[in-house]
Design a protein around this ligand. Structure first.
Ligand SMILES: *[C@@H]1O[C@H](CO)[C@@H](O)[C@H](O)[C@H]1NC(C)=O
Ligand SMILES: *[C@@H]1O[C@H](CO)[C@@H](O)[C@H](O)[C@H]1NC(C)=O
Length: 286
């Protein structure tokens, strides 16, 4: 019963926060903003590019596929982006990481937002001991983030800019069938939580927003979880807009959909209940 009351109170708290930051958002603040979004040829990254474009930002997008990027850039320009450029790059290649940040700094003349969103492809399956895959995924989902963030930091500092990290509920609590993915997202939450302390202690001008997302209805995610997961998926375009608002209002965290926040509480308050529900959200017949 006590747990139930806590849940109700947290719902009210979250609703309060949601209303507060939505009201503080000034769409005009994004007009002419210099933005680099990674993983932006499809999914949430593509939707973020379109939202930034509608707000009149100047954007650089990156992913591996040149042809797709070209189409996204064209659409961004037609939607109202002041400027839009693309650079094809492989986030598992260390020299590509610096090349992408340098390209954005040069094309836009600095950065106000670095939105790190790309992920490597991983299976939704029981852990099978493939350590090489875990290392490869760590390189793309984690090490590339810290390298690019550090590279962009001086310009963000100068512009009082923001680092926006697209993470997952998986970074706050483990789920089955995605152990390597969970590891990379937990690493991101740990690293950028630590960096946020350090920036505050240095009286830095840069804000860090870590975004906790639930299941989002992107084509890639939907094809991977098909038949394996019983949980609702939320729209990518709304997730993308929430991420952008969180960055623009310099909030430290986003929980989308809102109940992902409740899970982060119940995992500690009522762990056995949480484990029960989590395990039953996956179809697995031994
Ligand atoms: C990494 O990218 C650089 C260019 O940025 C390229 O010259 C090099 O061949 C790439 N390495 C691999 C392993 O693909
Ligand atoms: C924050 O920006 C101001 C310029 O607006 C600069 O003087 C100051 O050094 C910056 N802070 C840090 C920690 O770099």
């Amino acid at each position: 019963m006590e747990a139930f009351i806590k849940i109700i109170l947290s719902c009210i708290f979250v609703a309060f926060l949601a209303i507060r930051w939505t009201n503080n958002f000034d769409a005009e603040s994004l007009r002419g903003a210099k933005v680099l979004v990674t993983g932006s040829s499809k999914g949430i990254g593509e939707q973020m590019a379109y939202h930034y474009a509608r707000f009149g930002a100047k954007i650089v997008i990156t992913a591996r596929s040149k042809d797709t990027l070209q189409k996204v850039v064209e659409k961004c320009l037609s939607l109202g982006a002041q400027e839009a450029f693309y650079i094809a790059a492989d986030m598992s290649n260390e020299s590509d990481l610096d090349r992408v940040v340098d390209f954005a700094l040069k094309k836009l003349g600095g950065l106000d937002y670095l939105v790190l969103n790309h992920i490597g492809s991983t299976r939704v399956a029981m852990w099978d001991g493939d350590v090489e895959h875990a290392k490869w995924l760590m390189k793309i989902n984690f090490f590339s983030y810290i390298q690019m963030a550090w590279k962009a930091l001086p310009s963000l500092e100068k512009n009082k800019g923001s680092l926006v990290i697209v993470s997952s509920l998986a970074g706050k609590m483990p789920s089955p069938l995605t152990a390597p993915y969970v590891s990379t997202k937990s690493a991101l939450n740990g690293f950028f939580g630590s960096l946020r302390h350090e920036l505050a202690m240095k009286k830095s001008n840069v804000s860090i927003s870590v975004c906790t997302l639930g299941l989002i209805d992107t084509e890639t995610a939907m094809s991977k979880v098909k038949g394996k997961v019983n949980m609702p998926a939320y729209p990518a375009t709304e997730a993308a807009l929430n991420i952008i608002i969180t960055g623009a209002t310099r909030q430290p965290e986003l929980f989308y959909p809102w109940f992902t926040y409740i899970w982060t509480l119940t995992k500690d308050w009522i762990p056995s209940f949480t484990d029960y529900v989590v395990q039953r959200s996956y179809n697995y017949n031994p």
